[in-house]
Design a protein around this ligand. Structure first.
Ligand SMILES: *Cc1c(COP(=O)(O)O)cnc(C)c1O
Length: 393
């Protein structure tokens, strides 16, 4: 290997030295409330599979049936020959679920943000973004020539100030935010954001990746939670979290759909989803409609687990959702807590600097509707045991 690629090893070694490198854990089972990770049985507390739909018999059956009928691949990108009737059916169902006029299904949530944001705004425009927005929004923003402003996390005065400063200076203004923030589990004040965006003639854009299947009536997401369905200009989300499959979408007006499908390069130039995936996504929406018990169970579990963690003396931050951080301070404590929990049969990963502030390292737990009270008590017991051992509580 020549000198030109020496940096590969150098930069990797540097990450290892700082302990910033990813040590990938391998599952030997389905991603389920109780999984096998590296040969060990664990209570799973860090998957995004909130409703355990990735193991739902109706989704699995739909995927198998569609694969038998349509094959394993779609054969093309969507605009050429990669749109099957089930792709269209899914988009209609997404729009119904989100109570919008239309929707467009993308390969993932990441490429929805990175492919749509740079088409909505460009030179002569401005993006106003919450400081804690997801990396896929940040990459979408970086792909535009639009000016950028960042407002303080969930701070409506800071947002309004940015709107005032940019008023009448730009062609278009885009206000973009995560709906549920994935590090702390707090919720954006979407009702106020939509109101402010309206007052200043700005486009409102929400990333509902952690809100779909979690918030609102039957898990319809953040706009249902705030009773503002159809009022956010662009709602995007993912099928890789509570829906248990994979894929992204943008929902809004028919104008938005027509615009996005003609302009969004990530949508136009990348192969469309295999039939099995599409059919499983359709089935996930059907299950949410007909089996509301999963969303209810998710919240019941969440409330119990959060309350018990708090009464053990853990700091769970400002979470309002099934994402419950256990904030412990130094990175090393978070890492030891995570590996000790794993030894005890509880799988929850540490989140450390640079993903969160240096003194706010944590274990992030994600609740699952498929966990029983026994499973939760088992996990809580281990949190108590290891928490005391490490003098966190
Ligand atoms: C996970 C996530 C995404 C990416 O979604 P994928 O479909 O997995 O690519 C985008 N935004 C947020 C806030 C997320 O948490």
């Amino acid at each position: 290997m020549g000198n030109a690629t020496k940096f590969l090893k150098e930069e990797y070694d540097e990450l290892v030295e700082k302990d910033f490198d990813w040590k990938i854990r391998v599952l030997n089972s389905p991603s389920a409330p109780k999984s096998v990770v590296e040969g060990k049985n664990v209570v799973m507390l860090c998957s995004n599979n909130y409703l355990n739909l990735s193991n739902h018999p109706k989704l699995k059956e739909a995927a198998v049936k569609a694969t038998k009928k349509y094959g394993v691949g779609s054969g093309s990108v969507r605009p050429i020959a990669g749109t099957m009737d089930i792709h269209m059916e899914l988009e209609e169902k997404i729009a119904k679920f989100k109570k919008t006029e239309a929707s467009l299904f993308y390969q993932s949530g990441f490429v929805t943000n990175s492919g749509l944001i740079p088409q909505l705004v460009g030179e002569g425009d401005v993006i106003i973004s919450d400081e804690l927005n997801h990396g896929s929004i940040i990459d979408g923003v970086r792909l535009t020539k639009a000016d950028r402003m960042v407002y303080k996390h969930r701070d409506m005065e800071s947002l309004e100030q940015a709107l005032k400063e940019t008023e009448n200076k730009y062609r278009r203004t885009l206000v973009v935010t995560d709906g549920v923030f994935s590090m702390d589990g707090d919720i954006a004040p979407m009702d106020e954001i939509v109101k402010l965006a309206g007052e200043y003639n700005a486009i409102s854009y929400v990333d509902d990746a952690h809100g779909d299947g979690v918030l609102g009536e039957k898990g319809r997401g953040i706009s249902s939670h705030f009773n503002i369905e159809g009022k956010v200009d662009v709602e995007m989300g993912t099928f890789s979290k509570a829906f248990g499959v994979v894929g992204g979408y943008a929902a809004g007006s028919s104008d938005l759909r027509n615009f996005a499908l003609n302009k969004s390069r990530t949508w136009l130039l990348s192969g469309s989803h295999p039939p099995g995936v599409v059919a499983a996504c359709i089935a996930s929406l059907d299950v949410l409609e007909t089996e509301p018990q999963w969303v209810e169970k998710l919240w019941e579990n969440t409330k119990y687990f959060k309350k018990e963690l708090q009464s053990l003396g853990f700091d769970t931050g400002i979470s309002e959702t099934p994402i419950t951080p256990v904030i412990v301070g130094p990175s090393s404590t978070a890492k030891t807590l995570s590996s000790r929990l794993y030894e005890e049969g509880v799988f929850a990963l540490p989140i450390v600097f640079p993903m969160v502030a240096r003194d706010k390292a944590r274990i992030r737990t994600m609740m699952n509707a498929g966990l029983t009270k026994n499973d939760l008590d088992f996990a809580l017991n281990k949190f108590e045991k290891v928490g005391k051992e490490l003098k966190i509580i």
